[in-house]
Design a protein around this ligand. Structure first.
Ligand code: ADP
Ligand code: ASP
Ligand code: MG
Length: 424
């Protein structure tokens, strides 16, 4: 007997037929004698609809910020998961499985106060453990908890993955299964490259890079938590028949295992390609070249909660003026330009230019640590396709390249093929 957390994403619970199908997946594990907690997302498209409603509301009179009240945003967008949890609990009961739904605050899942992008601080799993011991399935709303202000807080888009891993850690579960609309983690997004291959295993570090660099199959924070708490996490498909051969295999379920690097025997140099759309490039021309300038630029941007990513600075020819280029999410360009303009006098620069609609394509692999020439291969392959490189950043296990938006798919496919990742 083991304890398992099963998470089902939006497409897996998109309608009542699929919710009944999910119930059969859960019943399979219950019948095998396991204790089960289930984490659910909102039905596909629901959260987008709720977000659009919230964003369409007028801001409060006299409000000093251009945004709506984030606590009310959370109250609105958290409702999608509440519906799914109730429906799944009923679907389970209807096939003879004892189940009840739990909202984040009822457990409670405690978060910090960052409404809209809250982090889980603590989960009291004692009541869930007691009831699972009595054979009851806990169906928990993903994506949310309760903040120190006693109000619902959501964890950022895609946050149900994080709820699942955090609950698995709190319950000391033997496994956390993330069921989605693909049967595992692929060498790149299979929607872009049909030749992508499913990985049997991927290391925590690589998955962290893949997720951070745009592969939305897992929320970044969920991978961090899995890594820190050593949660055995599988990504697998909810679209398989629940009773298909091997689906209930405890040690080796079908899907991709996220694990420690040393569990992976055959390590490739490059494991995967990720991409992130909607990046914007901002360049400051003729910036003063003196100590404190970078802090003068990026400090205020950070204070405004703008996520600066790639930063490129040239060495100035005469030691007095230089150019500084960096990227931000396209949605933050106007805010960033306003912040820069406000700080123009203190920083000292001549002009600012911006361009949206860029894409960042990244090559990821732990094997890069010990192999030279990985970056050169990428640059050559992109050049041969006539793709211009605007900026480059590297770390020990990844190379990221900024290119023009229309070339995204060509670049992903080109890199996928040049590193030998295409399925034969
Ligand atoms: P869920 O609703 O189950 O949380 P998501 O849409 O958040 O599902 O994540 C699954 C999607 O992630 C897949 O449909 C796929 O298009 C996308 N994806 C992006 N990169 C990858 C990758 N490397 N491997 C698998 N899926 C990926
Ligand atoms: N329903 C939320 C979202 O769409 C959380 C999740 O699906 O993980 O972002
Ligand atoms: Mg998701």
């Amino acid at each position: 007997m083991a304890r398992i957390v099963m998470k089902f994403g939006g497409t897996s619970v998109a309608d009542l037929t699929r919710i009944h199908n999910v119930a059969r997946h859960v019943k399979r594990e219950v019948d095998a004698g396991h204790e089960v907690a289930v984490v659910v997302s909102a039905m596909a498209g629901k959260t987008n609809e709720l977000v659009a409603w919230a964003q369409g509301m007028p801001k409060a009179t006299g409000s000093s910020t251009p945004f709506y009240d984030a606590r009310e945003y959370d109250a609105i967008v958290a409702s999608g998961e509440q519906v799914t949890a109730g429906l799944l609990a009923i679907a389970l009961q209807s096939i003879g499985v004892d189940a009840r739904s739990w909202q984040g605050w009822q457990i409670p899942i405690r978060t910090d106060n960052a409404h809209g992008a809250a982090r889980i601080l603590d989960i009291d799993g004692s009541e869930l453990v007691r009831r699972m011991g009595l054979g009851q399935v806990a169906v928990v709303t993903g994506f949310q908890g309760i903040g120190p202000d006693n109000r619902i807080a959501t964890l950022g888009r895609g946050g149900s993955d994080t709820s699942a891993v955090a609950i698995a850690a709190a319950l000391k579960a033997d496994r956390c299964d993330i069921y989605t609309d693909v049967d595992g983690v692929y060498t790149t997004d299979p929607r872009i490259e049909p030749k992508a291959r499913r990985l049997a295993k991927i290391s925590f570090e690589e998955m962290l890079e893949m997720a951070s660099l745009g592969a939305k199959v897992l929320q970044v924070r969920s991978v961090e938590l899995a890594m820190v708490h050593k949660v055995r996490t599988f990504v697998r498909s909810s679209f398989e028949e629940p009773d298909a051969p091997g689906m209930g295999d405890f040690d080796n379920p079908p899907g991709t295992l996220i694990c420690d690097e040393d569990e992976i025997v055959e390590q490739q140099v490059v494991t995967g390609i990720a991409y992130a759309k909607d990046e914007a490039q901002i360049s400051l021309r003729r910036v003063d070249d003196r100590p404190g300038v970078a802090a003068g630029i990026f400090g205020p941007l950070a204070e405004a909660n703008i996520n600066v990513d790639m930063i490129v600075q040239n060495i100035s020819e005469d030691g007095s003026r230089t150019d500084m280029t960096f990227t931000v999410p396209s949605g933050d360009v106007d805010k960033a330009l306003a912040v820069l303009e406000k700080n123009r006098a203190t920083v000292g620069f001549d002009a600012v230019q911006s361009e949206a609609g860029m894409v960042k394509v990244s090559v990821i692999g732990i094997g890069m640590r010990s192999h030279a020439g990985v970056a050169a291969t990428a640059f050559k392959a992109l050049a041969e396709k006539g793709i211009n490189i605007r900026a480059i950043t590297t770390s020990e296990i990844k190379i990221s390249i900024l290119i023009d938006g229309p070339y995204a798919e060509l670049a992903v496919r080109t890199l996928h093929s040049v590193y030998g990742l295409d399925k034969q």
